[in-house]
Ligand binder design. Structure first.
Ligand code: TYM
Length: 335
């Protein structure tokens, strides 16, 4: 608890261009939860280097992502928006938690298997222990809740296991966090292959809608979305392309999938697809405008970076010092 409020932690990687999946699966829920919780939203640049990055490009993307959090509507006075690499406690706690995580557990992580297959020439130890750094992110702030998309659930379960294991040995040190998964939009699929999740790293740019795509591009991608030959609009696993379009439309308009299905009752794909395009365009327009405005305000963004890193450090250190004492590191001598 901070000032009587429960704590929320979440983060995104500054790798690739953010997609509509990132927005609907995570960022949208961050906005609705931000009043209720004391929130920490990190740009997880340390996770990004598990895959080789161009330094100048990573720096630029990290700043763009931080700006985007604010442009989406997160007030940096109320929400702690900061770079993971500016708070050394993440790396320090990750080291300790590495010693409480089993190789067998990490071997089971499906995201590791996927990424190792994709980057076979660079299967580094950081990629393997990636979920431990993620556990450190969350546990460092004693988070109660972690809003994420479905693809992060396995990492969240591991985080809970590590926290419980540590608490069983040393007493109630960590809050055991709960995942928060939104009702719609928790798993947005590729527009070109609706059996695969929409991803920043997809080689086919038509599969993903990027948050900075212009209206024409968004409409074109929606119109070209892969569907099926059934010809009717049902919310069914048997029609993954249509189901995905219903999910996108519902998440963008705040309707339930049932309401969307009723709205398009008796209509064809030729009506659904442009309606999805319009819904996405109107959702992203204010975000894109605010992003363009904020990007020019260097002094403001710099002040957010500085102030929030200090705030994050303060809370991170509180947990870290406690953990260091528990595991038996010697006390610091104060003069
Ligand atoms: P990342 O950067 O891959 O994705 C950021 C968030 O977007 C969600 N997401 C999706 N949701 C719905 N449909 C999709 N197609 C889709 N694609 C991505 C993700 O679930 C995530 O919530 N390891 C994390 C970042 C991280 C983190 C953390 C998250 C590091 N430390 C601590 C929460 C708490 C990641 O790579 O997310």
């Amino acid at each position: 608890m901070i000032d009587g409020k429960k704590i929320l932690f979440s983060g995104m990687q500054a790798t690739g261009n953010l997609t509509l999946g990132n927005y609907l699966g995570a960022l949208k829920n961050w906005l609705t939860l931000s009043d209720e919780y004391e929130c920490f939203y990190s740009v997880v640049d340390m996770h990004s280097i598990t895959i080789r990055q161009d330094p100048a490009e990573l720096r630029k993307r990290a700043r763009n992502l931080l700006t985007l959090y604010i442009a989406a509507g997160l007030d940096p006075k109320k929400n702690c928006i900061y770079y993971q690499s500016h708070v050394s406690g993440h790396a320090e706690l990750a080291w300790i938690l590495n010693c409480f995580t089993y190789m067998g557990e990490l071997n089971r992580m499906t995201q590791f298997k996927d990424k190792a297959a994709k980057h076979a020439d660079n299967i580094n130890a950081g990629l393997f222990t990636y979920p431990v750094l993620m556990a450190a992110d969350i546990l460092l702030y004693q988070a109660d809740v972690v809003p994420v998309g479905v693809d992060q659930m396995q990492h969240l379960e591991l985080t809970r296991n590590i926290a419980e294991r540590f608490n069983n040995i040393y007493g109630e040190v960590f809050t055991v966090p709960e995942a928060y998964i939104g009702k719609v939009g928790a798993k947005i699929m590729s527009l070109q292959d609706p059996t695969k999740k929409m991803s920043k790293s997809d080689e086919n740019p038509n599969g993903s809608i990027y948050l900075m795509d212009d209206p024409d591009t968004i409409m074109r991608k929606c119109k070209r979305a892969v569907t099926d030959s059934e010809g009717c609009i049902r919310y069914s696993e048997k029609q993954p392309g249509i189901k995905n379009l219903i999910d996108i439309y519902s998440a963008c308009t705040g309707k339930t999938p049932d309401e969307t299905v009723r709205e398009f009752d008796g209509k064809g794909y030729g009506e659904l697809k442009p309606a999805v395009g319009e819904a996405v365009i109107s959702l992203l327009k204010p975000l894109q405008e605010e992003y363009a405005r904020l990007s020019k305000d260097k002094a403001f963004i710099d002040s957010v970076i500085k102030e929030n890193a200090e705030k994050a450090n303060y809370y991170a250190m509180k947990t870290l010092r406690k953990v260091q004492r528990k595991v038996g590191f010697p006390d610091r001598i104060r003069s």
